[in-house]
Write a protein that binds this ligand. Sequence first.
Ligand SMILES: Nc1nc2c(c(=O)[nH]1)N[C@H]1C(S)=C(S)[C@@H](COP(=O)(O)OP(=O)(O)OC[C@H]3O[C@@H](n4cnc5c(=O)[nH]c(N)nc54)[C@H](O)[C@@H]3O)O[C@H]1N2
Ligand SMILES: Nc1nc2c(c(=O)[nH]1)N[C@H]1C(S)=C(S)[C@@H](COP(=O)(O)OP(=O)(O)OC[C@H]3O[C@@H](n4cnc5c(=O)[nH]c(N)nc54)[C@H](O)[C@@H]3O)O[C@H]1N2
Ligand code: SF4
Ligand SMILES: [Mo]
Length: 662
Amino acid sequence: MRDTVSDRTPDETVCPLCGVGCRLKPTADESRAQGVAAPANPDGRLCRNGVTAFDTPDDRLTTPLVRRGGELRPASWETAYERVEASFGSILRADGPDALAFLGAPHCTNEENYLLQKLARMLGTNNVDNRSRLCHASTARILEDRVGWPATTNSLAGLREADVILVAGANPAERQPVAFNSFVRPAVNDGATLVHIEPAGNRTTRLADIHVTPRPGTDALVFDCLSRRLLAAETGVDRSFVDARTRGFERFAASMADAEPAAALTAAGVTGETIEAVASRLADADRIAGLVGTGIEGGTGALNAPEALLNMLLLTGNVGRRGSGLYVLRGLANEQGAADAGCVPDRLPGHQPVTAATARERVESEWGVAPPPTPGKTATALLESFGGEIRGALVVGENPAISKRDREWVQRRLDAIDSLVAVDLVANETTRHADVVLPAAAGTEKAGTFTNLERRIQRSRPVQTPPGEARPDRDILADLGTRLTDRPSAFEYADAGAVFDELCRVAPTHAGLSDAAIGEGGRQWPAGEGGEDADPLYRERFETPDGYARFGTAQPFVEPDATDELRLVTGGRTTDRSAQGPAAPVLRINPSDAEERGLDDDVDEAAEALVVVSNGDVSVRATPEFDPGVRRGTAYLSADAADPLLRRGIEVVSVRSADAER
Ligand SMILES: Nc1nc2c(c(=O)[nH]1)N[C@H]1C(S)=C(S)[C@@H](COP(=O)(O)OP(=O)(O)OC[C@H]3O[C@@H](n4cnc5c(=O)[nH]c(N)nc54)[C@H](O)[C@@H]3O)O[C@H]1N2
Ligand SMILES: Nc1nc2c(c(=O)[nH]1)N[C@H]1C(S)=C(S)[C@@H](COP(=O)(O)OP(=O)(O)OC[C@H]3O[C@@H](n4cnc5c(=O)[nH]c(N)nc54)[C@H](O)[C@@H]3O)O[C@H]1N2
Ligand code: SF4
Ligand SMILES: [Mo]
């Protein structure tokens, strides 16, 4: 059933472009989007991407495509569905459900993610994942292990009450701009201290009071140095919180005492004065909030930055109170919701382990079929198995063909499976390898809910009509469920609200919520007492088995890089909708490093690519930008420009003038 734009439907919806979750509606002449004041955008602001929210891509898919004679050709929905039934059916019969992979869908609604994992699991496999989950995987894991839920602990609004805001490995001024401008900037204007931990510097650094530039991958050591300094001076340590609410403190403190402070400073490449400057602000602060992005995932060796940061927040009593907490700066509109709804290979809806019998029973009572008890493969492992164990895949609103590491490799994997079914708005690198392509409705064209980076579930409405024969992913997934499983009634729903109500019955995180309860204003999960939102999380108890939060221990020592070459720092996606065409990649480098390489005096403004960046194997040309904010010994390239260099995982590069080659 197509979601129709009716006169009775209010035209207000949620921005589908990022994890902030601003509310918006069309302007009177319907040319742009205008903000509507809501919790994530209290001033009714939008960013420059948000105002284009209703400009869905020009090159939309308008009809299903089926590969015939090597070519993708337009087909009816019936023909396309029959093709999926035939190919997935024969894989199921010959190799069983674990030969199928289900990938998606952080751009899609909670209801759609719920249906995607339901389809996978009712067919008998836990091979369901979403790639964006990997962006914040170690932060999510440590939150789950130590305090309870893999999610931001506090509301965005709480940032206004923080005394110190620590941002690490992120650029919210550009990536979550409305949240940054609505909450972080005013807090700083009112006197809060902004500490930016970031080797290369970016737009967020401009507002920072203190800029810490650790060696890439060593943030964990910086957080440990801060904890050690607070412990040693006994200032800023919240003993009553530590005693009443946590476990493992003595072991943590002992491990800190054992570690060699000078060695940690050297390894992190940070001075004692910098640590002192930050620590004294932390010691004086009543409320400290940490905001983390993709840059602190995957530290050097065994270093775990989110763990070390959480230790520091627990030590200072900054979890479970307003104005404090750990914020996961999720990127895509429903990254949080995709995981909440169960598009995770070892978790059922509501982050329940697939290995827990009670959780499987809860699902079975709703579906009539129990999900399989053993975890499925992650998105990365699934791709590795394409053409081997995995013979068919359904990809909903993801583009795995574009990968940080090895694009050609992924494309070969996509070609290696018998049946690739892609559901998307447009033709992309992945749909080009597909056997069946199904055209989907965009976020502003369908009903459902999105969960923003502060766990706020908000209603999305069909404000526009999908082009041609495109359909909401929800309907496509329900149709596939009806055709592929032997319980068609399990995929019959009156509307999106009915799917959400089922999600709320299955997922303990959503207990007490419902389509009706979401209302117009949205609600955060978990539901608090008396219709209130539970904000912040963990006010009374942590969601751990015994209700206490857990400390980790000091981070292991790492040897600093012993090299004269530059360590590559990458970030900054270049998919900004307002970006003007492809520009030559810019290599940001410290002026001293440039001088040592003889780069600074031969800059020829007319030339396009002035330096060659090489890892000994692959070279790329770039325009240098001399920036004292970039840590010495590192060089910054945007993620896509760095891709070819990173393919083999080599992060150390040489930089030389391109003159030599002219
Ligand atoms: N080279 C490079 N690779 C990267 C990154 C990078 O910066 N550079 N960043 C990494 C990060 S942070 C992330 S999150 C991932 C993102 O990886 P992906 O999520 O795979 O990529 P996107 O391009 O964001 O979106 C994929 C597709 O979703 C479609 N889509 C959008 N809305 C809908 C919808 O409602 N329904 C359906 N069916 N489709 C929809 C779009 O048309 C698009 O083709 O990539 C990672 N990989
Ligand atoms: N306009 C726009 N907004 C977006 C997106 C978009 O494509 N366009 N994408 C969205 C998505 S999917 C995501 S995941 C988010 C990403 O948002 P962020 O996580 O903020 O991603 P980046 O902008 O790449 O910033 C990461 C920063 O980490 C730094 N970094 C690299 N290595 C290290 C390190 O070892 N330690 C520290 N401390 N820092 C390091 C890099 O220099 C970079 O400045 O943005 C979201 N918002
Ligand atoms: S900050 Fe994110 S949610 Fe808000 S308008 Fe911009 S893209 Fe949309
Ligand atoms: Mo992301």
